[in-house]
Design a protein around this ligand. Structure first.
Ligand code: PGA
Length: 262
């Protein structure tokens, strides 16, 4: 049984006091829920957020939004996996904003995954197609999933040279780029169809049982109103939330819905 996980990606938002208030609110409300919750603040606020999370419930953890693949050196503005030791347990890698604004390739994402794993960070690996695979009016429910889509290539490239034991530690987030920050969320059925195909790729590369154990999330315009659509799909193990993770009430509602408590 895969435990649901809800991840808040704050992106380049909040200031120090927002970060403290948001974390404290969330910490005080999610302890009794049977789900995992991860907060991914901007790197400058990881330390204060981690201090609050440390005093919080066991199901709350901190994640980084990015790392560089080397462990130290001349890389102005970057942070390394070793710097996160004792502060964060997760790291988002391959987010579409990193891929598009910072030209991150699958190879770079793969290098970062290897470094994260070496440093005991759980990679949350994002994959997603830029364009909708269908012209269907039904909020992106494809008549047929195109197996040549970028999503599947991204996943295959991302898993290059990652052995079975390490693959077991990954979390995959399916985030269609057209759904991120647009209010145009994919339907649960669409996300579920794609995630099923992602599991097939994992089963083919490793084995069926691993593909059934690995957690795969949906992300893209998730809010407290539509989260149920994903959470009750057996293929989907949680959500990666951007905009709606910045308001504590909204994010707590998402967590409660995911735990079946709202
Ligand atoms: P959104 O972002 O929820 O604001 O669409 C999701 C993400 O980019 O992870």
């Amino acid at each position: 049984m895969r435990k649901p996980i809800i991840i808040g990606n704050w992106k380049m938002n909040t200031n120090l006091s927002d970060a403290v208030v948001l974390t404290t609110d969330i910490k005080n409300h999610i302890g009794s829920l049977d789900i995992d919750v991860v907060l991914c603040p901007p790197s400058i606020y990881i330390y204060p957020v981690a201090e609050i999370v440390d005093r919080g419930p066991k199901n709350l953890e901190v994640g980084a939004q990015n790392i560089w693949f080397a462990e130290k050196g001349a890389m102005t503005g970057e942070i390394s996996a070793t710097m996160l030791k004792g502060l964060a347990k997760y790291v988002i890698l391959g987010h579409s904003e990193r891929r598009s604004h910072f030209a991150e390739s699958d190879t770079l994402v793969n290098d970062k995954i290897q470094t994260a794993l070496k440093n005991n960070l759980t990679p949350i690996v994002c994959v997603g197609e830029i364009k909708k695979m269908t012209e269907s009016k039904n909020r992106g429910r494809p008549t047929k999933i195109d197996l040549r889509s970028d999503i599947f290539t991204q996943l295959k490239n991302t898993l290059k040279n990652i052995n079975r034991i390490d693959a077991e530690k990954l979390i995959i987030a399916y985030e269609p780029v057209w759904a991120i920050g647009t209010g145009n969320a994919a339907t649960g059925a669409y996300a579920s169809d794609v995630i099923e195909k992602l599991r097939d790729i994992i089963a083919k590369k490793y084995n069926k049982s691993l593909s059934e154990r690995i957690r795969i999330l949906y992300g893209g315009s998730v809010d407290s109103e539509n989260v149920r659509e994903y959470i009750y799909q057996p293929e989907i193990d949680g959500v990666l939330v951007g905009g709606s993770s910045l308001k504590s009430k909204e994010f707590i509602r998402i967590c409660k819905e995911a735990a079946g408590r709202e």
